[in-house]
Design a protein around this ligand. Structure first.
Ligand code: TEU
Ligand code: CA
Length: 536
């Protein structure tokens, strides 16, 4: 029920289920644990949760390798647990978005097991199979994000199969109509169970070039200088043919037709593309018949957060996605937590939720960011992420942002589990538990709650336009506007106090968020301070 357009400007809370709450003492978070913590999430004031994959999986990529799309992994619970989770969430006014990993499955999926049997079985074309070159080597030069060739030899079929990620994550062949139909059936299965939408993993990888043309090398000037080829050669190739094919849009159109049968359902497409991310995002969300929104990597990936960077990103988004919709995030389960990435001061940490709540677009918060958690230091012996193990020590992998939530001080696992957690709880997190911060007006948790309330109070911040974007020195300013309401927003994204011009006669918004108050047509902004003014 409710507003079918709820997702536009919504705030989603991302849950990494392994690390949120363990309910049965096996050291691994689960669905019952999430359900137990839903009141906490509802009290944050978010509109929805996005739960990272909980489907049946051999867990080679911790659930992003699905072996049965229609069942819950026993580690996480049962379908009945999921139904209960949805009921409780909906009762609390929280919508539920699940994470569909359709671009590839696990090599343990029955579809792949059948496909690899022969070249002429019923599912022979469900994955991307190709003959070797005459010298026996891989069909082309495509690389896997997780290291090495994107092709794996299969001795039974005597062919290679494509895997853009781990060798245990074979890519489904979206050129095959049966594959499209099968994943749409999976999608309907979950819509029928009552989910409100999907985060779609790696949607720009669905379709590959049928001719299997080689990807060109990336010219040196376009390479990310911080990533040496020895660390990950993937970043030195332009992925022209292994992803972002025009047929992706045709599939997304079919996907959208299905979703439109369920009013109020939504999609957040993940388009990871270091080179053309925003352009692709624009293409994939334009026109109202593709993805509802796409997830932007620009803020997640930024090594430094500056006024100029945000102004530039927004200028580019405006141009490419006039009809589309963006979903922003500062942290997630794949990148270093932003407090560490940007080495934020306390004031800087507090400004982040205010900034996010003022941006045009939807927003994903990642579990624990509301507590101010830093990236955990995970020792090599404790590493779980195959991506980290492959590239250690140049790249330490993704475990540092996946350590358990810290709830209270009831035990060494900070209330996450009664037993030893699958990844160690970070000592540095122990003084930042939810229990510590709950009800403390000065805590970051309460700050997040008030920032979310701010967004709900002013409709311009949710669905309004974003005009007059400007970056001057360290100050970012813009105006959010909707019929009958305008909000002027200014942010000092630095440690240095500064002054900025403000519109005359506008009143400060009502919010207890340490904001600067102007004198006349000027405001003095302290380190990492905001000023928000409204005009009706
Ligand atoms: O991530 C896709 C992915 O690898 C990008 O986020 C990548 O980091 C980016 O494109 C770099 O440019 C998704 C999931 O979020 C991740 O956890 C999975 O491991 C991956 O897909 C494979 O399913
Ligand atoms: Ca458990």
């Amino acid at each position: 029920g409710g507003d079918p357009d709820w997702w536009r400007g919504a705030v989603l809370y991302q849950i990494y289920p392994r690390s949120f709450q363990d309910s049965n003492g096996d050291g691994i978070g689960d669905l019952v644990g999430i359900t137990q913590r839903l009141p906490y999430i509802a009290a944050l004031g978010v509109d929805a949760i996005w739960i990272s994959p909980f489907f049946k999986s051999p867990m080679k990529d911790f659930g992003y390798d699905v072996s049965d799309y229609r069942d819950v992994d026993p580690m996480f619970g049962t379908l009945a647990d999921f139904d209960e989770l949805i009921d409780v969430a909906h009762g609390l006014g929280v919508r539920v978005v699940i994470d569909l990993v359709l671009s590839h499955s696990s090599d343990q999926h029955a579809w792949f097991q059948e496909s690899r049997q022969s070249r002429d079985n019923a599912k022979a074309d469900w994955y991307v199979w190709a003959d070797p070159k005459p010298d026996g080597t891989a069909p082309n030069n495509w690389l896997s994000i997780f290291g090495g060739s994107a092709w794996q030899w299969d001795p039974r079929r005597e062919q290679y199969y494509l895997h853009n990620f781990l060798t245990s994550q074979p890519d489904l062949n979206f050129h095959c109509p049966d594959v499209q139909n099968a994943v749409l059936d999976v999608t309907r299965f979950w819509l029928e169970r009552g989910v409100d939408g999907f985060r779609l993993d790696t949607i720009n990888f669905y379709v590959h070039d049928k001719a299997l043309r080689d990807n060109p090398a990336l010219p040196p000037e376009e390479r990310n200088a911080s990533i040496a080829p020895s660390v990950n050669p993937y970043n030195h190739q332009r992925h022209l043919y292994s992803k972002n094919q025009p047929e992706n849009l045709e599939f997304l159109r079919r996907f959208r037709v299905l979703l439109d049968e369920y009013p109020g359902s939504t999609t957040v497409g993940e388009v990871g593309d270091a080179q053309r991310g925003l352009e692709i995002l624009g293409e994939y969300t334009a026109g109202g018949d593709l993805a509802h929104m796409c997830y932007a990597f620009e803020l997640l990936g930024a090594p430094e957060l500056t006024a100029a960077l945000i102004a530039d990103v927004f200028a580019r988004v405006d141009h490419v996605a006039a009809e589309g919709w963006v979903c922003w995030a500062l942290s997630n389960h794949d990148v270093m937590r932003h407090v560490s990435r940007w080495n934020l001061s306390e004031a800087g940490q507090r400004l982040m939720p205010v900034l996010m709540m003022c941006l045009r677009g939807s927003v994903c918060l990642y579990q624990g960011e509301e507590l101010g958690l830093e990236e955990a230091d995970v020792a090599f012996e404790d590493l779980q992420d195959p991506y980290g193990i492959e590239f250690w020590p140049e790249f330490k992998g993704r475990d540092g942002c996946r350590t358990p939530m810290v709830w209270d001080q009831s035990n060494q696992a900070a209330g996450f589990s009664s037993e030893r957690p699958w990844l160690p709880v970070s000592d540095a997190h122990l003084m930042q538990t939810a229990a510590h911060q709950e009800g403390q007006g000065g805590s970051l948790l309460e700050y997040y709650r008030r920032a979310l309330t701010l967004r709900k109070t002013y409709p311009a911040l949710v669905k309004g336009t974003q005009d007059r974007l400007s970056a001057e020195g360290t100050v970012l300013t813009f105006i959010r506007a909707i019929a009958g309401e305008q909000i002027f927003c200014a942010f000092n994204l630095s440690h240095t106090p500064t002054r900025c011009a403000v519109p005359a006669g506008w009143a400060p918004v009502e919010a207890d968020l340490d904001m600067a108050v102007p004198v006349g047509q000027q405001v003095d902004l302290g380190p990492w301070q905001a000023c928000l003014l409204r005009h009706t």
